[in-house]
Design a protein. Structure first.
Lengths: 884, 387
């Protein structure tokens, strides 16, 4: 109604203006769409107009009737619109507008300009497409030509301009398939002629484009985040991506999903969502790190924009180190690990941050029970340079200080963290961009007055992406990672000390990708220089008589080359195979290890909805976290391989069946795996792991085996979406050599600390309306193995405990249910800020899940058993997130 | 705002909790446990017992055996049974401190056990044993007992034990006591006035240190510990109420012994917290000669202790703050009345008001120091005149 009145009012002004001068027409201060409307109705001009959403300008035109149209179009041109004429019609659009093709001026004059201009267009500037009912012509029009041509381009988020990674690009008719790389780039071979090219990505609206392909050409695509239909599910091809890819054990989660999974204290948490995926386990709540298919926590390579994160937890593991507002998506490789990744034998978690909104300055501000965060992103130079900056901090110290001293053991303790992410992306041209990234985090906590833990991550990298030809692309990354931890012990002044340890590494990665039709080749080389500080002890305070002590620093160079090929043998049969050669040179003293690695996986699609896959890959790892704790902690010692500590190696064989049912709404998968690990260093009973110059004496080599079956049903669409998974698995270790009675568990297989055979997970989200949704998270797992006492004896006037074999018992099973209600902002585009409110409860049933069980006499005559539960009651929470 | 923060703080601390855990874990038992050190040049005491299943509620089971210490030259020092079953004394007076020694045990059934050969583990000197009063907010809050010691032969690891003896008093001093002896005249016993300074006011207690106490100079540039805190007592601790004595023994120990003792101490105090090392079992220096796979618990060290003593007099420290006795009360009745009523409630005579012809009765915990486990047996060398 308001609009109608506005238009009527404008029409009145325009008519009056025109009446004033009979030969000269004049309009004053009208918006562009009104001006165009005037041209259509009053001048009879055929004007096709797509308004730039950012266009807030008012136009005034005064010209003789015969020149008025040209003058008005000139005004629009002057405000950045592109104006083209074709067949007597005018096409007016803006390059910044979203939701319509951007065509260069004179595109429709192709007949006059000749084929050369069209060819140039195809080579230099991509068509940007989202209209699904339009036919996009790609390449130089050459009638009669047959064969194959290649379409290439970038897929970006329509709202922010961010590149979309891992989007499936496919042609159902021919079975051609590819996915976008980390820059959102794709290249796909299609038969010349008409075809329908599909684009689908998790939590994105599917796009199907009608192409008229003449020859090689470019086409950029804008995709929008999915708005769930409330009237029923929309069939998507997204789920079928599992049928197109030969790789197995890949889990991809977008940040929009991450933010809906309820977590403790309402903080959107990347790692907690990873834990909801099948095959991923943790030793307990508030435990930093995760275990993938029987692997140890240090056997996961956690990459954040190519930077290695050694400690991914904040606040002793309650939260993860990653600010959800700066993250774009995460990808977890559990089985088929691409050849470009190496250095860990269990999994790769690849986390990518946003590049920053390319269109406008936006930000978020979040307030939770424990933390606050902010992000700011936007263009520095529109179309060229974007930035993103995000930070988090906590006020837990303030809360802990409020606790009365006699009410909790936490009183007098402290805990705090901060982190900061900075990213800048600059595009030199359509094919070259550079991305600089920095990450810093700091943690500090103490449970009493005498002992303080600190640790910090610092990462910086710069990456150059180049699509230097039609078929070839390259990325070159250089970076620096540092992780440091500190323990300060001040109980007795003369023996007060600080203990510092850390890992620094410098790396250079060069990777190429070549699309050769049926073959997509990836190849490259990588180098890492490690500078590892195993431990430095220094006196703390003036009273301290502690003698400074420094363990010899460890340095090493790790270099690797790799090559892999994704070969589409037929449209049903795809094989991916590759090799990676990794050379590890420990310095001072020198010791060289060469580890060849194999990656192979294949799929055969019997139908478009049913696929079988199999794969095998081998990995190696030359840096080890030595720990006798249950989870990653600041007390862990990192060591490089040397003459006495061999690199860990391992292999995994896996097979799986993938079935899409219910008209593509539900994806079922069943994967089985068998895995072996060698040279995994475990500690001897009674080992001294901290500041031990002869640490290798206290370690033993073990072999490991893990096997299991993972079932998953995933529904990505509709009002109700989410996934349910069940995993049965085992993870066992055995000391490699028998050392007599002191051999761990007599040299028999023993449970790994994270061996939890049964694991059931449910993540569900139900959307009542576009704004209101309910999330549910259920987690059940067998209790983890623990070492508990089985006997006691009287010694030193108290009872001393005699322990069982290692990990021979289990704590009670784990069960947790979380619920959250999400209220998302309204869809008022002109609203200054949009607020998302989430309130819910973690562990809503209040089950007292044990983190550990223990027995102690505490210098008394009675041994008693206790159970430590980290979150032993429902934790209600509210979090507010304001986007502006 | 402060209230909200306090609510959040309490909610945070409430979510992490410790609960009793009583799952049936089975258990093992029967293995030999040996406690004691070879004290070259002195009397050595050993106690033999057996491992008990975790869920066992019984007392430690002593083990009887033949026991002796032998030196590397083959000399045997036979053990003789001590005061209690399973305890043995070995006289090592005159033994050569430069030789290696080991303990050997033969238990019923023919199983033989021996410790590893070891020389006496260095020496140390206790330089000082004193205390330090902790004051804050203008008040004496408590007291640290500290030791200073050093070693001149490079010994870096030490174990210490101590025996505490302290005198304390009841809340009120009673002038009478109840004599339960029944006579014709007093079928319910009698209330008798104390005479000759007798009382139920002063008592003494003795306790040996519990647990494994260790100290080390391993990380320090000198083999010296200055003012090393042994323990801390709050000002309200009744050990500080009148006169306190500490007898300290410090044993130099080998690094192997230290590591073993440190390990079994830590795993026995394991609290399951997020960063606590996972407990595991380690072996000491005793082996079953006939079955090397049999685990023997304990570590037999070879050393000579240093001893020191300190008295802490509340008259000097002025530290003790007597906690308020809850529900302290007394009732007055005729001396001959209500005897059975009060004694059955565990009340005792407080004072006899002869003028009024009444006896005041009070709970035993208020007027009888033995109520808290103390004894009227005054140590022979106790330095004050209380009795």
């Amino acid at each position: 109604m308001k609009k109608i009145l506005s238009i009527a009012f404008l029409m009145l002004i325009l008519t009056c203006s025109a009446a004033k001068a009979q030969d000269v027409l004049e309009v004053k201060g009208v918006p562009s769409d009104s001006l165009v409307s005037y041209l259509r109705t009053n001048m009879g001009a055929r004007v096709y107009f797509l308004k730039d959403a950012e266009d807030k300008a008012f136009y005034s035109v005064s010209a003789p009737r015969t020149q008025f149209v040209g003058q008005a179009l000139g005004e629009l041109k002057g405000k950045g619109y592109t104006v083209s004429e074709y067949d007597g019609a005018w096409f007016v659009s803006s390059t910044a507008a979203f939701g319509r093709p951007v065509l260069p001026a004179g595109y429709f004059d192709a007949e006059a300009s000749g084929a050369r201009q069209a060819a140039d267009l195809a080579q230099t500037e991509n068509v940007t497409a989202t209209f699904q009912n339009k036919i996009y012509e790609i390449g130089t029009k050459t009638p009669g030509r047959t064969g194959k041509a290649y379409v290439r381009g970038y897929v970006r988020d329509a709202a922010s301009g961010e590149p979309l990674v891992g989007v499936s690009v496919y042609d159902d008719k021919t079975g051609a398939y590819t996915v976008t790389d980390v820059t959102g780039f794709y290249r796909i071979g299609l038969p010349i002629g008409s075809c329908v090219l599909g684009f689908s990505g998790y939590s994105l609206e599917d796009v199907k484009l009608n192409l008229e392909l003449w020859s090689d050409g470019g086409m950029d695509v804008l995709m929008k985040e999915k708005v769930t239909s409330l009237k029923g599910a929309v069939v998507s091809a997204e789920g079928r991506s599992a049928h197109r890819d030969a790789r197995m054990g890949i889990e991809k989660v977008r940040i929009s999903t991450i933010k809906k999974v309820p977590t403790a204290f309402g903080e959107a948490d990347v790692l907690k969502v990873v834990l909801t995926l099948p095959g991923v386990k943790s030793v307990g709540e508030a435990a930093t790190g995760f275990n993938v298919r029987g692997g140890a926590t240090d056997q996961n390579l956690i990459l954040f924009n190519d930077a290695t994160i050694y400690n991914p937890g904040h606040m002793f593991g309650v939260l993860s180190s990653f600010n959800a507002d700066v993250i774009n998506d995460i990808e977890l490789y559990k089985s088929s690990i691409p050849a470009e990744f190496g250095g860990r034998i269990s999994s790769v978690l690849d986390i990518r941050s946003k590049e920053g909104n390319a269109n406008k300055l936006t930000g978020t501000l979040g307030i939770g029970i424990l933390t606050s965060n902010f992000t700011l992103e936007g263009p520095i130079k529109k179309g060229k340079t974007t930035f993103i900056i995000g930070g988090r901090t906590t006020y837990s110290d303030w809360i802990l200080n409020m606790i009365p001293k006699d009410q909790s053991d936490y009183a007098g303790g402290s805990a705090g963290f901060s982190d900061l992410n900075v990213g800048i992306t600059h595009k030199f041209n359509a094919n070259n961009s550079i991305q600089a990234f920095g990450y810093w985090s700091r943690d500090r906590f103490s449970f009493g007055a005498d002992t303080t833990f600190r640790y910090s991550n610092m990462n910086a990298s710069i990456k150059w992406n180049s699509h230097f030809s039609e078929r070839h692309s390259m990325n070159l990354t250089a970076g620096f990672d540092r992780y440091g931890s500190q323990l300060e012990e001040t109980f007795y002044g003369p023996q007060a000390y600080t203990l510092d340890a850390g890992v620094q590494q410098y790396y250079l990665k060069l990777g190429f990708k070549s699309n050769m039709g049926q073959h997509v080749l990836s190849y490259g080389a990588q180098g890492i220089f490690y500078d590892l500080n195993p431990g430095v002890r220094n006196p703390s305070g003036e009273m301290s008589a502690v003698v400074p002590m420094e363990l010899a620093r460890q340095n090493a160079v790790e270099a690797a080359v790799y090559a892999s090929d994704s070969w589409s043998v037929t449209d049903k049969f795809l094989v991916e195979y590759g090799v990676r050669g990794s050379g590890f040179m420990a310095l001072n003293p020198s010791k060289f290890y060469f580890n060849p690695e194999v990656r192979i996986s294949g799929k055969y699609s019997f139908t478009k909805d049913f696929t079988l896959k199999a794969g095998f890959n081998s990995m190696s790892q030359a840096i080890h976290m030595i720990s006798n704790n249950t989870s990653i902690s600041p007390m862990d010692t990192w060591r490089l391989s040397n003459a006495r500590l061999r690199p860990q190696t391992g292999w995994q064989a896996a097979g799986g069946a993938y079935w899409t049912v219910a008209d593509g709404k539900v994806d079922l998968s069943l994967e089985g795996y068998y895995k072996r690990m060698y040279h995994y260093p475990d500690y001897k009973s009674g080992a001294v792991l901290v500041m031990n110059p002869n640490l290798e004496d206290d370690l033993v080599e073990t072999v490991g085996k893990a096997y299991g079956v993972e079932f998953m049903a995933k529904k990505s669409l509709g009002k109700l979406n989410g996934w349910i998974s069940y995993t049965w698995s085992r993870a066992l270790l055995k000391e490699a050599e028998y050392r007599g009675v002191e051999t761990i568990n007599g040299g028999n297989w023993y449970n790994a600390p994270h061996d939890k055979p049964h694991d059931l997970k449910l993540v569900a989200n139900y959307k009542f309306t576009h704004r209101y949704s309910l999330s549910l998270n259920v987690d059940y797992a067998t209790g983890r193995p623990v070492t508990i006492p089985t006997g006691k004896y009287y010694y030193a006037n108290t009872y001393i405990l005699a322990y069982s074999d290692r990990n021979a018992h289990r704590i009670p099973d784990y069960f947790r249910m979380d619920v959250a209600m999400n209220i998302e902002p309204g869809h008022y585009l002109k609203q200054l800020a949009h607020m998302t409110v989430t309130f819910g409860a973690y562990n809503v049933t209040g089950r007292k899940n044990p983190y550990s069980v223990y027995y102690t006499a505490h210098n008394t005559d009675q041994v008693k058993g206790y159970m430590l539960s980290v979150f032993a009651c429902p934790i209600p929470y509210v979090s507010l997130n304001v986007r502006f | 705002m402060r209230k909200i923060a306090l609510f959040l703080a309490l909610a945070l601390c409430a979510v992490s909790c410790i609960y009793p855990y009583n799952a049936e874990v089975g258990g093992t038992g029967g293995n030999l446990v040996v406690e004691g050190d070879i004290v070259v040049g002195s009397m050595s005491n050993f106690a033999l017992s057996s491992l008990m299943p975790l869920g066992s509620n019984g007392s430690p089971q002593p083990v009887e055996a033949e026991l002796w210490v032998e030196d590397i030259n083959g000399a045997h020092y036979e053990g003789v049974p001590g005061e209690k079953k399973g305890e043995y004394d070995v006289n090592l007076h005159g033994a050569d401190t430069s030789l290696e020694y080991r303990l050997c045990i033969k238990v019923a059934g023919g199983r033989d056990y021996c410790s590893a050969w070891a020389k006496p583990s260095g020496s140390c000197v206790i330089d000082k044993l004193d205390y330090f009063i902790n004051e804050s907010d203008g008040r004496k809050q408590g007291l640290y007992v500290r030791m200073s010691m050093h070693s001149e032969d490079g010994t870096q690891h030490f174990r210490y034990r101590y025996v505490e003896t302290w005198e304390y008093t009841s809340y009120w001093r009673a002038d009478s006591y109840y004599d339960p002896e029944i006579t014709e005249d007093s079928p319910n016993g009698t209330v008798v006035m104390f005479s000759n300074g007798e009382n139920n006011y002063y008592c003494w207690k003795t306790a040996s240190s519990r647990g494994i106490n260790l100290a080390t100079t391993e990380t320090m540039g000198v083999n010296r510990l200055d003012d090393y805190p042994l323990f801390y007592y709050e000002a309200t601790n009744d050990k500080m109420s009148r006169l306190y004595r500490l007898d300290l023994e410090v044993y130099p120990v080998s690094i192997e012994s230290y590591r073993y003792l440190e390990h079994i101490r830590d795993v026995s105090n394991y609290d399951g917290s997020l960063f606590a090392p996972i407990p595991s079992e380690v072996r000491g220096n005793l082996r079953c000669v006939t079955d090397d796979d049999e685990i023997v618990y304990g570590y037999v060290g070879t050393s000579s202790p240093q001893k020191a003593r300190i008295y802490i007099d509340n008259g000097v420290t002025m530290l003790y703050v007597r906690p308020e006795m809850r529900d302290a009360e007394y009732e007055a009745v005729a001396p001959e009345d209500w005897l059975l009523y009060y004694t059955s409630r565990n009340w005792r005579p407080y004072y006899n008001d002869l003028m009024a012809g009444e006896c005041n009765w009070a709970p035993a915990r208020c007027v009888d120091c033995t109520y808290y486990g103390g004894t009227k047996n005054r140590p022979a060398d106790w330095p004050n005149q209380d009795k």
